[in-house]
Design a protein around this ligand. Sequence first.
Ligand code: SF4
Length: 327
Amino acid sequence: MYHDHSDRGPTVGAREILDRLPALSPDLLQQADQRFAVRVSRSWLSRVRTLDGPLGRQALPGPRELLADPGDRVDPVGEQARSPLPWVVQKHDDRVLLLLTRRCHLNCRYCFRRDHRGPEDPTPAELDAALRFCVDSGADELILSGGDPLAVSDRRLFDVIDAVRPQVPVVRIHTRAPISAPDRVSPGLVKGLRARAPVWVVVHCNHPDELSADVVASLFRLVDAGVPVLNQAVLLAGVNDDVAVLAALFTRLVRLRVFPYYLHHPDSVQGNAAFRLTPERGLELVSGLSAVVSGVALPRYVIDPPDGLGKIDVAQWVRAGRRRPVP
Ligand code: SF4
């Protein structure tokens, strides 16, 4: 049975989705939901024009999602071996990643963590242990990820940031909320982040149609308060695998004072085969993009391979025969 997520803030139920998108099969919705919950914010649903448009494809299941694919991987970015304790991943000495929750305002159908199972939030004891590890890790930077770290309350978020200071001076929040649920960026949240500088916010926007007026307003609330905002996009077949779309996205972000930081090659996990494209095709698109945008609107095109050693430029990875180059 489809879960009604109305207890999780501004997400909509199955009835509302089907009323708005009658072409969506209720059976497909239910089956897909059992594998990876279908969770869509009211704001996002209001921006979906068609099921197979860029916003519809990212948020709502397609038939391929139910099929296994030979390219499917468990743990596509090699996090399991780099997780010293639950909810923590550390791939680099100077950075440590804390998965603050598994909840999101929008469950993107291509998400590389879509097969994560288990409780949605750490227990208080797990969170305490995770924070202790982060403080003692020697890292300079705490990356809050998930799930969406802005799916937790301001109080919990601020407590987590305060708990790692002063040992971990820089905090980065990787969140889709300013794009998927822009009302989440409240004046109280912005004030709290500003007071805790340096806190960087890294948003996730893949298509210019995501940048509606309320989303722009949420980004401006952050930027105008002096909170630095970067974007990570994922290159997705059928969504943004087009030079003109990518150019429109990144030039628009620059105008909004959001730096286009990374363009990620999609990670292969069961259920997201419909979004994949080859690294060669990605390089072709990025080469086309570099001919039409300025340097500030050209993100680094990277891949996070399953070896667990972190991101690498796709060009370098392809040149080395789709493996980590030997230094
Ligand atoms: S918001 Fe991020 S973590 Fe959540 S489903 Fe989308 S890609 Fe995954």
